[in-house]
Design a protein around this ligand. Structure first.
Ligand code: DQA
Length: 154
C-alpha cells in the first residue's frame, strides 16, 4: 500500500451491514464498504486499512495502536458511541497526535433519544453522520485535507 496510512475502524454489528436493518443502514455490505474506502483512499493518496470488531477491548487496542503510530482514524463506534467511556478515553489519546473523524451511516440525532448522546464526539476532530457510505468518503476527504502538507492540523 502506498500513501499516508489511515485506519477505518468499525464497531459492533457493522459486520452485518447488508442484512442488518437495510431500511436504516442501506444494502451495502461491510466488504463493499471496505472496498469503497480503500478505493477512495487510493484516489486521495491514503493507504486505508479497514477493520471491524464486535469487541470493545479490541477496538480500544486498535486505538492505542493508532496513538502509538500517530495514525489518523475514521471511527464508526456504532452502539459504543452512546455509552463507552473506555472508548472515549482511548480516543482522547489521539488528540494532538492524529485526526479522529467520527462517522455514522445514519443520523443518530434524528433517531431514538439514546442515540442523541455521543461520548466520542467531544474528543473527535469532527463528526460526519447521515450520508450512508458517503459519510466514510467525506471523513476520508477530511483526513486527506487535515494530513496534507501545511494542513490546518489535528
Ligand atoms: C451507527 C448509529 C448507532 O446508533 C448504531 O448503534 C450503529 C450504527 C451508524 O452508523 O449509523 O450501530 O453508528
Amino acid at each position: 500500500m502506498n500513501g499516508r496510512r489511515v485506519l477505518v475502524l468499525d464497531g459492533p454489528n457493522l459486520g452485518r451491514l447488508g442484512v442488518r436493518e437495510p431500511d436504516v443502514y442501506g444494502s451495502t455490505t461491510h466488504a463493499e464498504l471496505a472496498e469503497r474506502c480503500t478505493a477512495v483512499g487510493a484516489e486521495l493518496g491514503l493507504a486505508v486499512e479497514v477493520r471491524q470488531t464486535d469487541d470493545e477491548a479490541e477496538l480500544v487496542r486498535w486505538l492505542h495502536e493508532a496513538v502509538d503510530t500517530a495514525t489518523p482514524v475514521v471511527l464508526n463506534p456504532a452502539a459504543f458511541t452512546h455509552y463507552s467511556y473506555a472508548l472515549r478515553d482511548a480516543c482522547a489519546q489521539l488528540r494532538g497526535v492524529a485526526p479522529l473523524v467520527e462517522v455514522h451511516l445514519s443520523n443518530p440525532a434524528a433517531r431514538e433519544a439514546f442515540r442523541h448522546t455521543s461520548v466520542v464526539a467531544g474528543v473527535a476532530t469532527g463528526t460526519v453522520a447521515g450520508f450512508g457510505v458517503e459519510s466514510y468518503v467525506l471523513a476520508l476527504r477530511a483526513v486527506a485535507t487535515l494530513t496534507a502538507p501545511s494542513s490546518p492540523g489535528t
